[in-house]
Ligand binder design. Structure first.
Ligand code: GLN
Length: 252
């Protein structure tokens, strides 16, 4: 009898859930989602995107990667309460089962314990051990480059643009995402940028972050899909030029 031919392994597919895509989406943060989609498509990896807005509950099972972008204080206020009341349980479940969660700027702030705007304190979901305080001082604005070590090997550079009034401080259970090479980072003082706890990552880098840092987009895809092997290489000449331009803008 002929050997039965082995069943091919199912092609991987990345399921992304964007939180508040209409409210938390400044500085072209939507480009981050497009970048994930294209880099999956170009490799024959399936991709699906769902958005979830105010009032919609969040399933902790339906996505491999959850994303929350940046927003104005006003929009953050709306989202903070919804995030805590309607979505925190689902997000916590997703993180516990190994999903990746990426928060950018205003989204990053809401993943922490709190964002204090004077007397008014917005409670976050506490998935990162960070606290943010809105300062009366100048907004921290400009190009930024940070050095990041997400895996073994030499550190890599993330380059982008930051614009935030909040100053973020890390607690003992968060590690910084990176060390500031140029720019302000979390608070303009301690030279740390972003925060990380396992697969939960927060950063102030907009810009948009992923089109300027293709390597990080690939790290997110690979991690969210639990792929051990590196992803197939792509023709990244344009992406490398974008990365180099962002680094040059930050003086690195
Ligand atoms: N509103 C927040 C701040 O100013 C976040 C801004 C943003 O997402 N760019 O700190």
């Amino acid at each position: 009898m002929p050997e039965p031919s082995p069943t091919p392994a199912p092609a991987p597919a990345l399921r992304v859930c964007a939180l508040y895509p209409d409210l938390m989406n400044i500085y072209a943060d939507r480009g981050n989602l497009l970048m994930l989609e294209r880099r999956c498509q170009w490799r024959g990896i399936g991709f699906s995107l769902q958005g979830t807005g105010l009032g919609s509950p969040l399933s902790g099972q339906e996505a491999d990667l959850y994303y929350i972008g940046g927003g104005q204080d006003r929009d953050q206020r709306l989202c903070a309460e919804d995030l805590r009341r309607v979505k925190a349980a689902g997000l916590t479940e997703a993180v516990a089962r190994g999903a990746v969660l990426l928060g950018v700027c205003g989204g990053y702030q809401l993943l922490g314990h709190s964002y204090a705007l004077g007397e008014d304190v917005l409670a976050g979901v506490g998935l990162l051990d960070v606290r943010t305080v809105r300062s009366d001082g100048p907004r921290l604005i400009g190009n930024v480059a940070i050095e990041v070590s997400l895996e073994d090997g030499p550190p890599q550079v993330l380059a982008g643009f930051e614009n935030h009034g909040g100053r973020t401080h890390l607690g003992p259970d968060a590690q910084p995402l990176g060390r500031v090479l140029s720019g302000y980072g979390n608070n303009g003082v301690d030279r740390f940028e972003g925060a990380r706890a396992g697969r939960v990552i927060g950063t102030y880098l907009h810009g948009p972050l992923l089109p300027k840092n293709a390597w990080f987009a690939d790290w997110l895809i690979r991690t969210a899909l639990n792929l051990g092997a590196p992803l197939a290489p792509l023709d990244d000449r344009l992406e490398e030029a974008a990365h180099a331009a962002a680094r040059r803008a930050a003086g690195r």
